[in-house]
Design a protein around this ligand. Structure first.
Ligand code: ADP
Length: 250
């Protein structure tokens, strides 16, 4: 959650139960996924998720540098998430890696390592680069989507498909896929990534919800992440079978 200037007068949900962008509480923003968008990458994807615009390129498997990071029995999915200097209208300081982007890089990298068959590439590195061109809440989830689509596009063998969504609470209502205002001024934000075999690969939360609300929010997220997984399947077409049946097409 980006802590913007608190605005206690901003109504996130109208008296008639409308969100600021007119979505239903359980409605996703529009999502578009294009794969194979970068010539130099082994796999790539461009994702628009609401007003988020994210591009991912994946390279390798290649030698690990620096060498001491290498894992003898598996590959490392080195993930670099970064936000472009023009990603948002707000002033967010200097360009380049910062604490926030390092944290997101780490959690995304761990999630990718749980679906890519890293044991097939001992001591190698798969390089994942994700850039947020335009940011509008939920960038880590949109970044994960771009990354997964890029991996499948590149023919990397996967044990599973995965996708996520953020859920949270705004003006006392549980909502799916928080928009910028809900993210900034809402009561809770819980990004989550599920695998298609129902494992949870990423789970973070800030703000405040009751246990019952968290349970309900996780259910909403589960349903919606499956919708996003279907979008991935459609976007990657025949490459889906290739990646999931563990055939390496590099
Ligand atoms: P997420 O993007 O996954 O929701 P955060 O909760 O850290 O992650 O950020 C919420 C939102 O705040 C972002 O989606 C983006 O719209 C905005 N934001 C945060 N940090 C930056 C930044 N450095 N540059 C531009 N926008 C930012």
């Amino acid at each position: 959650m980006f802590m913007g200037t608190h605005n206690p007068n901003l109504k996130l949900i109208s008296d008639s139960g409308q969100r600021l962008d007119n979505r239903a509480f359980d409605q996703l923003r529009n999502i578009r996924i294009d794969v194979g968008v970068l010539e130099s990458a082994v796999g790539s994807a461009y994702v628009e998720w609401g007003d988020n615009k994210v591009i991912a390129g994946v390279y390798g498997p290649r030698e690990v540098y620096p060498k001491f990071l290498a894992k003898a029995d598996r590959a490392l999915v080195r993930t670099i998430y970064s936000m472009s200097t023009f990603a948002s209208l707000e002033e967010h300081g200097r360009a380049g890696p910062n604490r926030r982007s390092n944290e997101i890089s780490m959690v995304l990298g761990e999630a990718f390592e749980n679906v890519v068959m890293i044991e097939k590439f001992p001591a190698k590195m798969i390089d994942m680069h994700i850039t947020v061109l335009q940011a509008a809440a939920g960038t880590r989830i949109a970044a994960f989507l771009a990354g997964i689509a890029a991996l499948i596009d590149g023919g990397f063998p996967m044990s599973d498909i995965a996708a996520g969504v953020s859920v949270g609470k705004a003006d006392g209502h549980l909502v799916v896929d928080l928009n910028k205002e809900e993210d900034n001024f809402g009561q809770a934000d819980l990004p989550i990534v599920y695998s298609s075999s129902d494992d949870i690969l990423l789970l973070q939360m800030d703000g405040k919800m009751t246990r019952e609300e968290v349970k309900a929010a996780l259910e909403m997220a589960d349903t919606k992440s499956k919708v996003v997984m279907d979008m991935i399947r459609k976007a990657v077409g025949a490459k889906y079978e290739g990646a999931i049946s563990n055939r390496l097409k590099l």
